[in-house]
Design a protein around this ligand. Structure first.
Ligand code: AMP
Length: 283
């Protein structure tokens, strides 16, 4: 397993693999890796001859008041996890390697990035699309792996890959959770002991919403109400949003039909956490 810092090295290594006819899987991450990331890497290893993992805290996807500076970083720990998951290459560029000193190109989606996190984090998905365009051009993978944890990101990626004709299969991976249900996240490290206990309210509340839908509830407003009331029982929780949208275009739907995404963002203290479930109504 190799760790490289430059675009040139990645290109040379991948070119050599392609010459040998090997397939390449790619897992983009911001590092401080956990079991959620590991599940993506293992899936890639199982489906491809070679796997590249990028570890890059991408400055263009953070707003000016967000946690770019404090985002947790530990490349040695990440390297060990990537190696244990069986990947072949870690790409860990510095921001200047990716963006130089004068960068003026943008890549963005409309519609699919309009609501949910897109509405609260106006530069976020533009930054994600931009950095992924660059990584896809550098790594030239056959497949790329994304977690359902970031459901709107997955919808945005599917859309821009289709719209811009990237010849890359996007592979979704299920949410990996802690034993008590909290979705694993690098940002969970921000939580105090008390906040960590409180954070379980996200998955608990979604579970109540899912049960209602499974029992036949088809009103989005009612499902939102069930989840909201449950979140409000936790005094450390402050709701950012609770939404029901269609899982392809990420637009609101009053009625639960087709494939819906039920997504929440909740502040626990100062830490903003997201979680969701997807439900497909069989006709
Ligand atoms: P991040 O490092 O947070 O940008 O995440 C990198 C990738 O890992 C994204 O595709 C995430 O959706 C995915 N990921 C993060 N947390 C989880 C989780 N708990 N379960 C599954 N995938 C995850």
């Amino acid at each position: 397993m190799r760790l490289v810092k430059t675009i040139k090295e990645v290109r040379e290594i991948v070119k050599e693999w392609k010459k040998q006819g090997l397939t390449v899987g790619y897992v983009p991450t911001m590092g401080y890796l956990h079991e959620g990331h590991k599940s993506l890497i293992e899936k890639s290893v199982s489906q491809n001859d070679r796997t590249v993992v990028s570890v890059f805290v991408n400055p263009t996807q953070f707003g000016p008041t967000e946690d770019l500076a404090s985002y947790p970083r530990d490349i040695e720990r990440d390297k060990a996890l990537v190696e244990s998951a069986g990947a072949d290459l870690v790409f860990n560029p510095e921001p200047v390697e990716m963006y130089g000193s004068h960068f003026t190109t943008t890549v963005n989606t409309t519609e699919v990035s309009e609501l949910l996190c897109g509405a609260r984090r106006p530069v976020h998905f533009g930054g994600v699309c931009l950095v992924l365009t660059k990584f896809f051009n550098i790594v030239t993978p056959d497949r790329a792996y994304f977690g359902q944890k970031d459901a709107q990101q997955l919808a945005v990626v599917r859309r821009f890959v289709k719209d811009l004709n990237f010849d890359i299969e996007i592979v979704p991976c299920p949410i990996v959770r802690e034993a008590d249900g909290l979705a694993k996240s690098s940002r969970n490290t921000y939580l105090s002991k008390e906040e960590r206990q409180a954070a379980v309210i996200l998955s608990k509340s979604l579970k109540l919403g899912l049960e209602a839908v499974k029992n036949g509830e088809r009103s989005s407003a009612k499902v939102i109400d069930i989840i909201t009331k449950s979140l409000e029982t936790e005094k450390l929780a402050r709701i950012d949003y609770v939404e029901v949208v269609d899982n392809e275009n990420i637009q609101r739907t009053d009625v639960i039909k087709g494939e819906v995404l039920v997504a929440i963002a909740v502040y626990i203290g100062k830490t903003r956490l997201i979680d969701n479930f997807i439900y497909k109504v069989e006709d």
